[in-house]
Design a protein around this ligand. Structure first.
Ligand SMILES: [Zn+2]
Length: 245
């Protein structure tokens, strides 16, 4: 089955992950070894958009879909986006690192750009509910019906958060909200999430270079759904959002 990894990191982390760094060729090797066809590549929290994009473009061994890390305090960000609009496939927003909710006004102009250019916006969600709670990306998607939002880590990488996020997405009735499976290992609850929101809302991701695709592919394979539904999760949903079908 074709697999697109919807969420991988390449580059260098800050002290949060002890300055750990990996290269594009490391990623190529792991992706190929894991049977991944292509991957959405995000930088790490050192915001090295330009370096990552250049390295991705200069190799021909593997297809990466570049996701630009949106740090509103980065003075070079606006000119980078303007210059590289045609090579950007998605935006990544990390409320916890930036200490700003996705609904903060600092992000508004970037959400405008994403809407205008059809870039899905991957929003990190975590246990810091006040800032990185899944309610905020849902709120953003409610206000912007043309914006596709991918809520990362199924809303917070914890069974209680994942299942309540799925319930909230279902209740919202929104068609522009998706859930990324990266880093969620509790397969029983991933199954519950998929049953709640439907396979057409769920996108596979590994969170490489922190996780490995081989750790998370079995989670999707184990789901109690049809193989057509697994195809949606493994590649069809994200291909449609990226416009790479
Ligand atoms: Zn991540």
């Amino acid at each position: 089955m074709k697999i697109i990894d919807g969420h991988i990191h390449i580059g260098k982390w800050s002290g949060v992950f002890l300055d750990y760094a990996t290269t594009v060729s490391d990623a190529v090797k792991v992706m190929k070894d894991s049977g991944i066809d292509s991957a959405v590549a995000l930088p790490c929290d050192t915001f090295m958009n330009e370096e990552l994009l250049n390295e991705i473009k200069s190799q021909k061994e593997f297809t990466f879909h570049f996701a630009c890390w949106i740090n509103p305090d980065d003075e070079k960000l606006d000119s980078f986006i303007e210059k590289n609009l045609k090579d950007i496939k998605a935006f990544k927003i990390h409320p916890s690192f930036q200490k700003k909710r996705v609904t903060d006004k600092a992000y508004a102009k970037y959400l405008d750009i994403a809407e205008e250019n059809n870039f899905p916006v991957i929003v990190h969600c975590g246990r810091w509910q006040e800032i990185a709670g899944f309610e905020y990306p849902i709120e953003a998607a409610k206000k912007r019906k043309k914006l596709n939002v991918i809520i990362a880590h199924l809303g917070g990488d914890q069974p209680s958060l994942c299942t309540s996020c799925a319930a909230a997405v279902k209740e919202s009735g929104l068609k522009n909200v998706y859930l990324g499976t990266e880093s969620v290992r509790e397969f029983h609850f991933v199954n519950q999430v998929v049953k709640t929101v439907g396979a057409d809302r769920v996108i596979f991701g590994s969170d490489y270079n922190l996780g490995l695709p081989k750790m998370y592919i079995p989670v999707i394979e184990s789901l109690n759904i049809s193989s057509e539904e697994k195809e949606l999760i493994f590649h069809r949903n994200i291909s449609r959002l990226l416009g790479v079908e």
